[in-house]
Design a binder for this molecule. Structure first.
Ligand code: PXP
Length: 246
């Protein structure tokens, strides 16, 4: 398919379920291998400072067992930088992290933290790792990401997904479209993710300037009812259908 959009499957919440009881079941690495077989173009995992879901051992095993690219989400801290440089995943997505948050709330303030973030980007890129910045759909943050040296941005789709269907959701969709076009204009590869499900993925996948979507929580939840491969297969089909009609 021309201009096919990639699907990165986030396996964090397989680890959430595992960690609810301790032990080794269900294994996010097994889920990642299954996701790759079901058509995921890559696997995303967020190693949080508090290790509430993905563990250091999960990252080590993902790195050795996966045959598709691994996208490591992490905060820009010295500890995480050391881990990324040791494992050298295909990609790192720099995200903001607050201990008390349920999930990644809002994007990284690259414009405000430019001085702190630029050295992280430089070190990661120097190690051959593709770096993306997880940001709100705001031209200032896109420009700052470019000037910090990141070749990729990931637009936070949380506000769009949480908005009630109708004018409010359309407003956030328009912001995503404008930001994706701006990314293309300034030479950045543009991804998107957070909160996407069957109902919200189509309009986002239809944005032709987007190269990749990262989706986790919805797919892991839906897997309870239909299985992980079927949930991923339906998401993939919705993304492809949206691209085919635009
Ligand atoms: N992209 C980024 C940068 C994220 O932090 C997350 C959540 O970990 C996702 C995508 C996936 O979001 P969700 O699990 O809501 O699909």
């Amino acid at each position: 398919m021309a201009n096919r959009i990639r699907l990165g499957v986030n396996v964090d919440h397989v680890a959430t379920v595992r960690n609810a009881r301790g032990g080794i079941h269900p294994d996010p690495v097994r889920a990642a291998l299954m996701a790759a077989d079901a058509g995921a173009d890559g696997i995303t995992a967020h190693l949080r400072e508090d290790r509430r879901h993905i563990s250091d051992d999960d990252i080590a095993r993902l790195r050795t067992q996966l045959h598709v690219p691994l996208n490591l989400e992490m905060a820009a801290t010295p500890e995480m930088l050391e881990i990324a440089l040791r494992h050298r995943p295909h990609a790192v997505c720099l995200v903001p992290e607050k201990r008390a948050e349920k999930t990644t709330e809002g994007g990284l303030d690259v414009a405000g933290q430019h001085i702190n973030l630029t050295p992280f980007v430089r070190e990661l890129i120097g190690a051959g790792i593709r770096v993306s910045m997880f940001i709100e759909a705001d031209p200032r943050q896109l420009d700052a990401s470019r000037s910090a040296g990141a070749p990729v941005v990931e637009l936070h789709t949380g506000r769009y997904c949480e908005a009630a269907p109708g004018p409010e959701r359309i407003k956030y969709l328009d912001r995503l479209k404008t930001a994706a076009a701006h990314a293309a204009n300034i030479g950045l590869e543009c991804h998107a993710g957070h909160g996407l499900g069957y109902d919200t993925v189509g309009d986002v996948a239809a944005i032709s300037n987007l190269a990749e979507l990262n989706i986790g929580h919805f797919l892991v939840g839906e897997a309870i009812f239909v299985g992980f491969p079927a949930a991923i297969g339906r998401m993939r089909a919705l993304m492809d259908a949206a691209r085919a009609t635009h």
